[in-house]
Design a protein around this ligand. Structure first.
Ligand SMILES: *[C@@H]1O[C@H](CO)[C@@H](O)[C@H](O)[C@H]1NC(C)=O
Ligand SMILES: *[C@@H]1O[C@H](CO)[C@@H](O)[C@H](O)[C@H]1NC(C)=O
Ligand SMILES: *[C@@H]1O[C@H](CO)[C@@H](O)[C@H](O)[C@H]1NC(C)=O
Length: 187
């Protein structure tokens, strides 16, 4: 039910894209390591006039599996209840930058399942618009595991390849032999 509501909300937002508002991401792809922090940034023009209470922001993470709300600002006020449990306590919004037309969201203690597409829909008195960026969080490498444990695989693969080639060669030889034998019998 919640999912359907979100999808309907998104469709209605997209169909409402209008006005002179331009939204851009400052970076289309972000790469980060597990447990590190990253700041996702969107810019919009024109900047909000006098007050930021006219600003509405809805940012969500979209993956193959699900949609989770990263950040929701309604009339200049953060709506933390909308935020998905996944991001709870990990997102910091820079309110001062909003006046400059910048939406800066710092996500800390990154998890690998934070990876995916981030859609941010923005509405000001100048209209609606959205832009998208991608984040790829890679698992931290375990320093204690010796590197050699990874090595045997390619070697094995090479050896199986060699055996397969040898097997194929023998098969072809036997086939050629049988063929020539039959031809000899016929003549
Ligand atoms: C946003 O991106 C468009 C093209 O993608 C570019 O023409 C425009 O100058 C950009 N605006 C800002 C404010 O960066
Ligand atoms: C994420 O980063 C890793 C390491 O750089 C890379 O191997 C992988 O292909 C990337 N995944 C995506 C979806 O970009
Ligand atoms: C990431 O942080 C958690 C808790 O802060 C910790 O338990 C875990 O070992 C860390 N993982 C890595 C790979 O550093």
């Amino acid at each position: 039910m919640k999912m359907i509501f979100r999808i309907l909300l998104l469709i209605s937002f997209i169909s409402c894209i209008s006005g002179s508002l331009v939204v851009n991401v400052t970076q289309t792809h972000y790469q980060a390591e597990q447990n590190h922090s990253i700041t996702l940034e969107w810019t919009f023009t024109p900047k909000p006039d006098v007050s930021i209470t006219s600003v509405y922001i809805y940012c969500q993470l979209v993956t193959d599996l699900r949609v989770s709300v990263l950040f929701h600002l309604h009339e200049g006020v953060e709506v933390s209840e909308s935020q998905d449990q996944q991001f709870s306590g990990r997102v910091q919004f820079d309110r001062d930058k909003l006046r400059e037309g910048r939406i800066r969201l710092q996500v800390s203690r990154l998890r690998t399942d934070d990876s995916g597409r981030y859609d941010c829909i923005i509405r000001t008195s100048d209209g609606w618009n959205m832009d998208v960026c991608r984040l790829n969080v890679t698992a931290a490498v375990d320093q204690h595991k010796p590197q050699t444990t990874v090595n045997p695989e390619p070697e094995n693969r090479g050896r199986t390849g060699l055996y397969a080639a040898l097997g194929l060669f023998v098969c072809v030889c036997v086939l050629l032999f049988l063929l020539s034998y039959r031809l000899k019998l016929r003549t």
